[in-house]
Ligand binder design. Structure first.
Ligand SMILES: [Zn+2]
Length: 186
């Protein structure tokens, strides 16, 4: 994992990715956003939308990657850099490596499914990766705060639903909070 300092251009790109994450939230998806840059230019954007599109592969990275590959009419994108607000999962990491991305920069770590060092480091396995440099932690707190707020809001909405159901059923204690309903960062 490279630890070069981030440039103002990097920060600009990650702010765009955070805007994309907000878009995901607006449609009820877990807020993760991605932006693909090439030579300082925005090539494609994407946000997480597996629920709304009934597509388990519709992570922010894949959505942006498909837009970029279509636009550039190439299945390999060796001059492109991807900025994403959450550490990529195994599916996205391998897609980015297949596309031979030059660099992947992510904000927050994902201790549950992140494969850039959290669960495993797929990018660091030389048999898998010859092309893609990874950097972590750019605007990490902004992304982590967004995810925390999203899950807090979702828990609150679930609590309100339970209270309303209990009231409709004639009062009494609502059911205890179910476990395993949501995931969140620590
Ligand atoms: Zn993914």
């Amino acid at each position: 994992m490279a630890d070069a300092p981030f440039s103002p251009a990097d920060e600009y790109a990650m702010r765009l990715a955070l805007d994309q994450a907000q878009n995901a939230w607006l449609v009820g998806e877990v807020p993760v956003g991605a932006v693909i840059m090439r030579a300082g230019q925005v090539i494609a954007t994407g946000y997480n939308r597996p629920i709304t599109t009934h597509d388990p592969t519709a992570h922010a990275e894949i959505v942006a990657l498909r837009h970029a590959a279509t636009l550039l009419e190439n299945y390999r994108l060796p001059e492109c850099e991807l900025f994403v607000t959450l550490e990529p999962c195994a599916m996205c990491a391998m897609a980015l490596m297949h596309a031979r991305f030059k660099r992947v920069v992510f904000a927050a770590r994902d201790p549950k499914t992140g494969v850039a060092g959290s669960v495993v480091d797929l990018f660091g396995i030389p048999q898998l990766n010859h092309h893609t440099t990874v950097q972590a932690g750019l605007l990490e707190e902004g992304s982590a705060a967004l995810l925390r707020q999203f899950f807090a809001e979702r828990r609150e909405a679930a609590r309100a639903r339970r209270l309303a159901q209990a009231a409709a059923a004639g009062g009494g204690d609502p059911d205890p909070i179910p476990t395993g309903e949501v995931t969140e960062l620590p």
